[in-house]
Design a protein around this ligand. Structure first.
Ligand SMILES: *Cc1c(COP(=O)(O)O)cnc(C)c1O
Length: 463
């Protein structure tokens, strides 16, 4: 064994061989040196552990092919495409909303070229990046003015920092939300410099609680959409219009964090009435904030819309610069909002809305196609089951979206092993586990992904 350890080639000698030179050309010298050292160390440890079978030929072409494929794998970006077969439409772990083709084209255009980001073509002078989308937001929501920042959390943070630093903000105890484990309303209020003034109880908060809480230095009243939970039973919260009347009487702004920005009424599609931004503003709320990449179906962004005097105050606060939106998001948001201008286009073009509104029959058809394409591989049981899909990302928490999944069980693999093998595939497929079965929910699949999922499953079984 000592001999074999001694016989291991020196890195320097390996580096001079033709296959190594090819790898160096491809990956760079330091990377290749590191990979060879790593492999030699593994061989050394195998020898010491007495489980080695390294022959002298072990340092020929096969050795370098192995190094090459290891290096190729590390080159694969860790942020990459997966196929969402979870049935959760807006899955934060999977990147939330998929963008419409129009949004992709707009992003590509401004990414590949110089753009009018802050140029006014009429005057030739400096323009505002906000102008590209604020007009559209106002048109679609009825707001006087709008400001886009980099996400929903930044939107509410900027509002509070600019309008309420050092002063009390009144919030119902029933609305102190935590979203996704890292957005916690009480923490956002405190970090913005505002003082949290909790009122009411978990289940009931009355108009008189708000009224009693308003002190001379109260900055504003804050409402938050309870995006990911519902309090049921004996509950009370004042009507939006009554609350806005109260705020107006006391000359305090009413701000509402809507979470998911719904721009059109989704009721005709069998969906409950999540607050539509336009209706909320019309009922007297002075400012609303919402995300760009939830039910709106656009890129990550935070939108603040409402009264011009308030928006101007936020715009000129230093925090607005710190949470400035980038040009790619602006391009994608602008193109997505443009799709909302024609009545039928959002449901046809925006992937999130298309998935939401898809009739069950179409989902059933896709499930049949997937079942057929998977076929009856040996030891595999593939059947179509009824499932409940969800909007996800704290949108429509109570809303069951009837869906279909292909349920896969195998005699040779546990459901967990199947799921893991699918995650390791060339294009990873993410399903969900239920009762020792792997479920591939087809509501979140595009038609052209069906073939890919079937191929990935076969590859997973063979690999
Ligand atoms: C999702 C959500 C947020 C956070 O928005 P991000 O875009 O994820 O930063 C804030 N408030 C509510 C009520 C939400 O649902």
């Amino acid at each position: 064994m000592q001999n074999r350890l001694r016989d291991l080639p020196q890195v320097q000698r390996l580096l001079e061989t033709p296959p190594a030179l090819l790898l160096i050309h491809e990956f760079g010298r330091e990377t290749v040196v590191g990979a060879i050292q790593g492999r030699l160390q593994e061989i050394r440890e195998d020898l010491l552990g007495g489980q080695a079978d390294t022959e002298p030929s072990g340092f020929g072409p096969a050795f370098f092919t192995e190094i090459g494929s290891r290096l190729s794998r590390t080159r694969q970006p860790s942020l990459r495409r997966v196929i969402n077969a979870t049935g959760i439409l807006i899955h934060t772990n999977l990147g939330r909303a998929r963008l419409a083709p129009e949004a992709l084209a707009a992003m590509h255009d401004v990414a590949a070229h110089a753009s009018t980001l802050e140029l006014d073509l009429e005057t030739g002078h400096r323009g505002s990046r906000q102008d590209h989308v604020s007009r559209l937001i106002c048109e679609l929501t009825g707001a006087e003015a709008a400001l886009v920042v980099n996400n929903g959390a930044a939107a509410i943070f900027a509002c509070l920092a600019a309008l309420a630093a050092g002063r009390p903000v009144v919030v119902s105890r029933g609305e102190l939300v935590e979203i996704g484990g890292s957005f916690r309303m009480p923490d956002i209020v405190r970090q913005s410099g505002a003082l949290l003034k909790e009122i009411g109880t978990t289940n009931k908060t009355h108009l008189r609680d708000y009224e009693a809480a308003i002190e001379p230095d109260t900055a504003l009243l804050l409402k938050s959409h309870t995006s990911n939970y519902k309090i049921v039973g004996f509950t009370a919260a004042p009507d939006r219009r009554d609350l806005s009347d109260l705020a107006r009487r006391h000359h305090r702004p009413l701000v509402e964090d809507l979470g998911s920005g719904v721009l059109i009424d989704l009721a005709p599609f069998g969906l409950p009435d999540e607050p539509v931004v336009r209706d909320v503003l019309a009922s007297g709320v002075d400012l609303v904030t919402f995300s760009g990449d939830k039910l709106l179906g656009g890129p990550q962004a935070g939108i603040i819309a409402g009264q011009r005097v308030l928006i101007d105050q936020i715009k000129t606060h230093p925090i607005a610069r710190a949470v400035r939106v980038d040009k790619l998001s602006l391009a994608a948001l602008g193109a997505t909002l443009e799709l909302y201008r024609a009545p039928n286009r959002p449901m046809e073009h925006i992937p999130v809305l298309k998935m939401l509104a898809e009739p069950l029959a179409a989902t059933q058809k896709r499930a049949s196609a997937l079942q057929r394409q998977i076929g009856s591989a040996d030891g595999l049981d593939v059947r179509i089951v009824e499932t409940i899909a969800r909007a996800g990302a704290g949108s429509l928490p109570q809303q069951d979206l009837p869906s279909r999944a292909v349920a896969v069980t195998s005699r040779t693999h546990t459901a967990n092993e199947l799921a893991q093998a699918l995650r390791r595939g060339a294009v990873p497929v993410i399903g969900r586990l239920s009762q020792d079965r792997l479920l591939l929910d087809v509501r979140t699949l595009m038609d052209d992904e069906v073939t890919e999922v079937a191929a990935a499953l076969k590859a997973a079984l063979n690999g």
